[in-house]
Design a protein around this ligand. Sequence first.
Ligand code: ADP
Ligand code: ZN
Ligand code: ZN
Length: 722
Amino acid sequence: MPTLPRVSVAVPAPRRVLFDYLWPEGMSLVPGVRVRVPFGSRSVVGIVVALDVQSAIAPDRLRPVTRVLDETPLFGAGLLRLLRWAADYYCHPIGEVMNAALPRTLREGAALPCGARLWSLTTEGRARLEPPGRGPLAARLWAVLRRQTTVAEEGLTPAGRAWFARWHGQGFVVAHEAPLVTPPEAPAAAPTVLNEAQRHAASGIEALAKDPRPVLLHGVTGSGKTEVYLAAIRATLGRGLQSLVLVPEIGLTPQFVRRLECLSATIVLLHSGLSDGERARAWTAAYRGEAAIVVGTRSAVFAPLARPGLIVVDEEHDLSYKQHEGFRYHGRDLAVLRAHYERVPVVLGSATPSLESLHNAALGRYRLLSLPGRALAQKMPGIQILDLRRLPLADGISPPLLERLRAVYAGRDQALLFLNRRGFAPVLTCPSCGWIASCTRCDAYFTWHRGSARLRCHHCQSEQPVASRCPMCACETLKPLGAGTERIEQALKRHFPEAIVERIDRDTTSGKGVLAKRLRSAEDHADFLVGTQMLSKGHDFPRVTLVAVLAIDGALNSADFRAPEHAAQLLIQVAGRAGRGQRPGEVWVQTQRPDDPLFAALRTHDYLRFSVSTLREREAAGYPPFGHLTLLKAQSKRPGEALDFVSAARARVDGRVPDIELFDPVPSLMERRAGWHRAQLLVRATSRGSMRRFLMRWMPELEALGSRVRWHLDVDPQVIET
Ligand code: ADP
Ligand code: ZN
Ligand code: ZN
């Protein structure tokens, strides 16, 4: 008796292995299709990953696939390979990794959505002026059909449907499927005339179409990187291929899409703000190749592409490309690998590239292309550093800055005030006894949100009403310390009663599409823009001439080894909002640490020099990109347990492992968070290969420790002190 072929299936379960099944007789075998399979006592939807496997399990103990759900694979070879690699590299269950790449409806086994069914006339039908049938309904439908050329089946009554079925039988009409997304009507606009640096960059990317290699596009803020992406996408469209564009924030997608509209191509969006139905349609439009351009956030790196031609990662340094829970992958890193597997060029663009990418460029793995000046030769903003050790603050603003704001306002220019802290004040304290309002579930203070009269913890989201008196000594004058965006907004309204002040932070922009709307209205109307890093990302405010950085010291003081890099990126990005239009811009920074090397880099607009010296420090300390890190994190509701777990995990490693260094088990910086006690252990390896080999052996040991403790591994963690 011939034995049935076996297949390996990724099933949605928290297991790091594939499961083998027997393939039904007579069905053609393709990897990448969905199947329904028995799993324990349940029936689940899985994805066929490998064919004809040499399973160690005896055939009579293997169960057959119940049903094959797709005729053609949902994942092409390149994407399938990427997902398998990612599961392996990030030590995450393969079934969950595959699921991250699918819209929910498809994960649950639904069929791919299809476009509306449309009826239109055949040649024979067109030749007929009179309706082929009697009665008012037939006459009306025929008239509509002749006028519009197509009629959607969906809008018809049963009687109407019956007429179309009859005419179809008579050969007067044919049915076809409408596209899932409507193509744009406006014709493509003439491309922007690129400046010389842009032309050089665009042709550099074009040259790599045949022999793909990653490109790092380093362009100062306002240098016109987006125009270079547009040129590359236009060329890709010309080849009949699709482009995938990743952006860091869902709020940035509308602005980006508006700029893509000049290409007159079918665009779909993929981000977390979509409903299940919208997502499935967008996904399918990309899958079928109907969408010429796919724009999305992090997880869009897994978008299916029928004809991949180009991948763009905008603001490639942005931390939001790293997934911080569950399947902890890095979207940018996976984009680079995907481009390699799909054999297409990938463009990583930023004014402040990550040190990893700059290092790759220095090693020649990436081609570095630069836009050293602003698009229309505007001057880079002048920099003014205010020494807070010598200046008082009133509501977070020092006297010279207030003077400058007055001048800007008098001149009818826009000022942007940046502060990475929302709420009114980060601390509410009792001046008599020193009590500070603190979260009961975290090692953290409550932030006072004055507008809503609440105390909120920014770490666990718990909140409570503001007490009118001190709970310790009953003193009635509680005092706010420090300032958040709300306090700045109020101070500005007091100083400038007539001015329009727009505050942009997570508190004012929740809800679908609100951020995009507020950014636009702020751009048009505001005299003052106050906001958190939401304001720093990508958005073009042409009228802003003054950017004030009210507080950056928190970022400078952080213990994390990446803190200098992240602080520099944040500062340069915020500063880059100044003077993008006609009028020259300036940046004023308030700091207690005016001598920090970061400010020297800011003054000379020389991020590259700063990055070279920071890379040298990383090399000396053995941190990425020179060493490779994995963080074991554990948390437990009981004090001490998490630390015991990471200590036990360390003890499981006997002796020295070549190329591997284990740090000391330590409590996390914020030991208690949302009621959990947390601890961590950092592992460093000299190469990715040795890290992988180590983790392969260590994982089963960790699993064997099986305890009440929750734990996970974060491979290539972006922030290690949390
Ligand atoms: P970046 O993405 O590098 O910050 P943008 O692509 O947003 O820069 O460009 C900044 C501004 O300059 C935009 O308003 C853009 O329309 C304009 N711009 C860019 N390149 C050109 C060009 N070659 N000619 C005219 N305007 C340009
Ligand atoms: Zn008190
Ligand atoms: Zn809390």
